[in-house]
Design a protein around this ligand. Structure first.
Ligand code: DGT
Ligand code: CA
Ligand code: CA
Length: 577
């Protein structure tokens, strides 16, 4: 059971992240506060009872964070937080709930017009005062008035990792009660970027609802009937659990997996063919007492003369037409993935040593690359070339001990402002795998930024380009780039884009993966793990790729180690010509 002290610590760290954003502190720090807040909220044990070492083992918590946490446990606050509280009123944070307002705008509103509450904001928008500030057009003012009048706040959504971890806990609990057929449905099963609420289906009977509400992580029970239980978990995620009979399990799974738009299209198709389709089954029109399909989803699609449609494609974006023609692509699967390329060790901002990572991955993959940030990212201790080489040698020594698996050292190499790399050509030639990435691009104009990225892509040693858009879900918009131009140029260089599996990145997003695939370019999936548990984040990259219709042959993680290295060497040679 999460203790109230955990919620208190989590709350202070969350508020610190928002105030930090307003203040404009280093985005890595903002992210660290947010992440720490999230994991502590989910923690089952009372954090005030843990030793320092135990706290440091929690994902995403380093020494600085540990100090803040201990301060909060003792004093309810910590010095850096107090400093910002003296500068900004806490009521400012209410403005984050208004759609369209982020940290930058909130800061401007406060500094230029002393707006620190919804009431003052509403008045200013009504009076037309907002138009005095550059960047606040009529549209924003109207949005603000609208949303405050109608009491609309940003509908809270969750990162897929947060929802998935909660859902797994609940599913394990239901299984422990003796129910064996338990499935995720809704957006979680479709692998959407963010999740509104968790949907779970259980084959069971009415006794189940009595047992479910005894789950210790429940904050509040909203509804409890014989076929549906709705609860809110301690971390404020809502969860709808439906209790279904075996003969309708497939129909219910199909219905509650959605999307709503897919359901509607499917139902219309059924009607056209003389059927009725609902969450209980597929019926001949006029004969609703006996279903002709319903036990499994496969049965239903088959009876409608459709190929089976994987959940990730059920968005009514042409998948039904493809299924009619038998042209649903065979999507890449987890078992096709032979390795990962991008992670971080404790030399920079990761939690584990090179040795720990090799040991961990050697039983999971055929091959892998262990990376780290490069200079000039000092605040995450980015490596210079010397440190890269030394740590590479350290890593290669382990080949002797771990013979069954192939591995080498990659680097997440910083793209400088002018599009050149932090290392020179001669150095680059000695790097096993260059993952180019930009982390600092504030204030560049669209055109300039686009040219910078294109220049980086044109570098012969740009093996992979990481998290192109730099978006952070719920935190930072994607870069304002001419994406189509970037992708078109990328075709000339045969560039490889990363699909980053960090749940707040998911970058490239699936629309862009589709574009890249249609140009015949390959992608590579990565976990960008900062701790051992995060290596599983590659599954979120996979879901994102599947939603884009990506197949095995589009993805370099499915190559053998030799094929992969040949591919990159070939690319380097070709670009040098
Ligand atoms: P979310 O929770 O916002 O991330 O997205 P979903 O897709 O999980 O939506 P949710 O939880 O409201 O409903 C779960 C599924 O139930 C949805 O994907 C399709 C089905 N469903 C819900 N409402 C309707 C409806 O009005 N019509 C139809 N045909 N299906 C619906
Ligand atoms: Ca849902
Ligand atoms: Ca739902």
């Amino acid at each position: 059971m999460p203790s109230s002290i955990n919620l208190k610590v989590s709350d202070v760290l969350y508020k610190m992240s928002l105030l930090g954003e307003i203040e404009g502190i280093n985005p890595f720090k903002v992210r660290a506060y947010k992440k720490a807040s999230e994991v502590i909220k989910m923690l089952e044990r009372d954090i005030s009872l843990l030793s320092d070492d135990e706290i440091l083992k929690i994902n995403g918590i380093g020494n600085n964070m540990l100090k803040h946490i201990k301060d909060i446990i003792r004093d309810g606050t910590f010095p850096e937080y107090e400093k910002l509280l003296r500068k900004y009123p806490i009521s400012l944070l209410d403005l984050f709930t208004i759609p369209g307002l982020g940290a930058k705008r909130i800061k401007i509103l406060y500094e230029k017009l002393s707006i620190d509450s919804k009431e003052k904001l509403y008045k200013a928008a009504k009076n037309g005062d907002l138009s005095l500030i550059e960047g606040f057009g009529e549209k924003i003012a109207k949005n603000i008035i609208d949303s405050i009048e109608r009491g609309i706040t940003q509908q809270k959504r969750f990162l897929i990792s947060e929802a998935m971890e909660s859902a797994k806990g609940l599913v394990d609990y239901i299984r422990s009660l003796g129910y064996s057929r338990v499935e995720y449905a809704g957006s979680l099963r479709r692998g959407k970027e963010t999740i509104g609420d968790i949907d779970i289906l259980v084959e069971g009977n009415e006794n189940l609802s009595e047992d479910i509400v005894k789950y210790p992580l429940i904050e509040k029970v909203i509804a409890k009937g014989s076929t549906k239980v709705s609860i809110i978990l301690k971390n404020s995620i809502q969860c709808d659990i439906r209790i279904v009979k075996p003969e309708s399990f497939g129909a219910a799974l199909c219905y509650f997996t959605g999307s709503k738009e897919h359901n509607i299209a499917l139902r219309e198709l059924a009607l056209k063919n003389g059927f009725v389709l609902n969450e209980y089954g597929l019926f001949k029109k006029g004969k609703v007492d006996k279903a002709i399909a319903g036990r499994s989803e496969e049965e239903i699609y088959k009876a409608l003369n459709l190929q089976y449609i994987p959940p990730e494609l059920r968005e009514n974006q042409g998948e039904i037409e493809l299924a009619m023609k038998g042209r649903i692509p065979k999507l890449i699967e987890l078992k096709d993935i032979k390795g990962d390329i991008h992670c971080h060790t404790n030399m920079t901002d990761g939690a584990s040593s090179i040795y720990e990572i090799v040991e961990y991955l050697s039983s999971r993959y055929e091959w892998f690359f262990i990376g780290d940030h490069s200079i000039p990212l000092h605040f995450v201790k980015g490596l210079d070339f010397r440190k890269y080489l030394d740590s590479r040698n350290e890593l290669l020594k382990l080949r002797e001990k771990f013979r069954k698996v192939d591995f080498d050292r990659s680097i997440e190499l910083e793209v400088l402002k002018d599009g050149s790399f932090a290392f020179g050509e001669e150095e680059l030639g000695k790097i096993a795998l260059v993952i180019a990435a930009a982390h600092t691009s504030a204030k560049m104009k669209k055109e300039e930024l686009t040219q910078r990225i294109i220049k980086a892509l044109s570098n012969p040693f740009c093996d992979v380009f990481a998290h192109l858009s730099q978006r952070l879900l719920f935190q930072r918009e994607e870069l304002d780039l001419d994406y189509d131009l970037v992708f078109q140029k990328a075709k000339d260089f045969n560039s490889v884009f990363e699909v980053n599996g960090q749940p707040d990145r998911l970058d490239l997003k699936s629309e862009n993966i589709r574009k890249v695939k249609s140009l015949g370019l390959k992608v590579i999936l990565s976990s960008d793990a900062h701790s051992l548990e995060q290596f599983s984040y590659i599954e979120y990259a996979l879901k994102n790729a599947r939603r884009a219709g990506v197949q095995k042959e589009d993805v370099l993680n499915t190559y053998s180690y030799r094929e992969l290295n040949e591919f990159f060497q070939e690319n380097r040679k070709r670009r040098m010509k």
